[in-house]
Design a protein around this ligand. Sequence first.
Ligand SMILES: [Zn+2]
Ligand SMILES: [Zn+2]
Length: 274
Amino acid sequence: MARPLCASCGKRPASYLRTASGKPLCLYCLERSLARSIKRSLRGLGVLERGSTIAILPSSLNPYGLQVTHRLLEPSAKSAGARLETVAPSGCIASTRAPVDERLIGEYEALDVIRLERVYAAEAARLAGASAALLPVDATTLSLLGVEALLGGRLDYIIDSARTAFTVRGVKVAYSLSSVEAEAVAAYAALRGLEPCTPPWRARFSFSYVFKSVTRGRGPELLYGGLASARQLSEALLKRATGSCLSCGAPGYEGLCPTCSRLGLHSGRLLSRQ
Ligand SMILES: [Zn+2]
Ligand SMILES: [Zn+2]
């Protein structure tokens, strides 16, 4: 049977059915659409500027995110005169190594991981001489984090699922895949044969399985619905939030947030001193 034509260009055979839009896409058009979304996530941050260095970090929440972000952002960075630097612990293909203090290796609640990764991103970016860092966190993960915060009774963590950029210890940290669903990232990585890369910790989702079981078979729409309600709640919370965590940049705290204080992230102990 002949493959359907790409719904975007109408010329090439489609390689991937994007369930979020219902459109069959060729690899070229999928690539173009993902690249546009990544670029959009940087707009307004002022990070893609001539002479600037941007660090791209791995995230345990999306194993292919680092390679996908790097590959798709490279052409725009080049034409803007900015430099991209991939920064990762050992075991990943990256231009700069930022080894993690081994006392932090382990499994944590996903809501703690997102904050831990922001602190790692800021420290590692600084090590690489970058003023901004990109963490490849995707839209699906953000909506699952919203569910974790709601059902786990950690309402102050709703903000982590709704905000896509933070200032962490003077470094701008943005989520490069915040408007892309996880399955499109995975499909693109598979079609291009990209390598996975994750930091040495794992995220545990305790409540999202409930949500996944009730949304089964109904595509990603409800995930986006979850994200929209998390954003609304977050706006309400942000209105009365004062201060932000000195370590991970989460709004609504004086001093340190519970994650940074529990994991001791304030003392710059994330990177290995070896
Ligand atoms: Zn196409
Ligand atoms: Zn914090």
